[in-house]
Ligand binder design. Structure first.
Ligand SMILES: NC(=O)c1ccc[n+]([C@@H]2O[C@H](COP(=O)([O-])OP(=O)(O)OC[C@H]3O[C@@H](n4cnc5c(N)ncnc54)[C@H](O)[C@@H]3O)[C@@H](O)[C@H]2O)c1
Ligand SMILES: [Zn+2]
Length: 369
């Protein structure tokens, strides 16, 4: 048994705790009862997660005196739609949920976003508790309060900010998460170290591939620090506009890679790994980061079984994908560069500066030089 750890997310009256531990699902109900004062909970999940952990969370809620209504939505990002949200509203009304009820999102980022959006909008907003079950959701989707759904025109086009009352992280659930998804989540952990905390980055290098095993003694403090960093960045942004942009490190190219791959056969975290190594190399080439920065980052990501080579598509296709505002071809993109491992900043760059014409390399693809 590892000691329980708590990260306080500081947002004035909307502050909330992230509680991390191992084998703690049986205790979540008591904490939810205390944090929310609710007498009814809507427990929302997807089949692969519900099957494994739904009953335990429901029992824990009932033991704490709440009435539990269980809702299952189809798995996969294709179901992160307004239609599924509307179905939840119907169910919430049918079961008599009211303004004092709480939505408990049990699952990965998809469930957190969808159930969170339902909570943000039902009766103009009811309480939300996140119980993330993927590594990505633990360190990324669960902190920051962004919730939303996809439209057929694009991902995450509709959404809201809705802070949870509590984020409950039980790392034991990661044992059933496929290894490839664990690795993808670790990409965002590496990102946190790379932009914000050199000592943490070095700690990740010390652990290396051991991070892929679910060893709570190792993983709980690592996830705690990753959550702390996202919480620091998110709350710093209320005072210091733009710091939050640093969380986009690796994401400019990642989004282009994901779009060019049509969101198939590549996970978000994998695209981020590729994008981070690319951005670190550009930082070196622009004379902003010392030589060796990108190699160190790439070595760590490779030990975590993550891809680091930019997939080969024509430069033209990349430039089109990089231009966020398609109507303004010459618009600058706020590109996140590294000054060193542990310190990042943004630079306004044109797509053509982010991806300069090939010098002796083919297409946009580049590997280790
Ligand atoms: N709100 C934010 O700030 C934010 C940040 C990053 C990503 N996101 C969103 O999160 C989503 C991606 O999240 P994700 O990577 O967690 O994907 P996901 O929620 O789709 O989960 C991936 C797969 O893992 C399964 N799964 C989840 N937990 C499991 C467990 N413990 N054991 C076995 N299987 C399990 C799921 O059923 C699913 O099939 C996207 O919709 C993305 O837009 C949101
Ligand atoms: Zn991301």
């Amino acid at each position: 048994m590892t000691r329980r750890r708590v990260v306080q997310v500081d947002l004035a009256e909307r502050s909330y705790p992230i509680v991390l531990g191992h084998e703690t699902l049986d205790e979540v109900g008591a904490r939810i009862a205390r944090c929310t004062g609710s007498s009814q909970a809507a427990l929302v999940s997807v089949p692969p997660v519900n099957r494994r952990y739904g009953a335990r969370v429901a029992r824990s809620l009932r033991d704490a005196g709440l009435r539990v209504h269980r809702f299952e939505i189809p798995d996969g990002d294709a179901a992160k739609t307004l239609r599924q949200v509307a179905k939840l509203y119907d169910g919430f009304l049918e079961r008599g949920l009211d303004r004092s009820s709480v939505v408990v999102a049990l699952g990965g980022g998809m469930v957190g976003d969808l159930a969170g959006f339902a909570a943000a909008t039902f009766l103009r907003g009811i309480q939300l508790v996140q119980v993330p079950t993927t590594l990505l959701a633990m360190v990324d989707a669960g902190v920051g309060g962004k919730v939303g759904v996809n439209l057929k025109q694009g991902k995450n086009l509709v959404g809201a900010f809705h802070q949870p009352r509590l984020v409950w992280i039980d790392v034991a659930v990661l044992r059933s998460l496929p290894r490839r998804l664990r690795a993808a989540g670790l990409a965002e952990v590496v990102k946190a170290g790379a932009i914000w905390d050199a000592a943490f980055f070095a700690e990740l290098e010390g652990a290396g591939e051991k991070l892929l095993d679910v060893d709570p003694k190792l993983l709980v403090p690592i996830l705690e620090r990753a959550c702390q960093i996202k919480a620091e960045v998110v709350s710093a942004d209320e005072r210091e506009a733009g710091v939050r942009m640093l969380l986009n490190f690796g994401h400019t190219l990642a989004h282009a890679v994901e779009a060019l791959r049509r969101y198939r056969s590549i996970l978000h975290g994998e695209a981020v790994a590729i994008g981070m190594v690319f951005a670190a190399r550009r930082s070196e080439e622009l004379g902003l980061a010392p030589a060796g920065t990108a190699d160190r980052l790439q070595a760590l990501l490779e030990r975590l079984e993550l891809p680091t080579r930019v997939p080969r598509f024509e430069r033209r296709a990349y430039l089109r994908a990089l231009a966020v505002d398609k109507k303004k071809r010459d618009a600058h993109v706020r590109f996140v560069v590294l000054r060193e491992l542990g310190r990042a900043e943004t630079r306004p760059l044109l797509p053509a500066e982010i991806l300069p014409p090939a010098r002796g390399r083919q297409g946009a693809g580049r590997g280790r030089r």
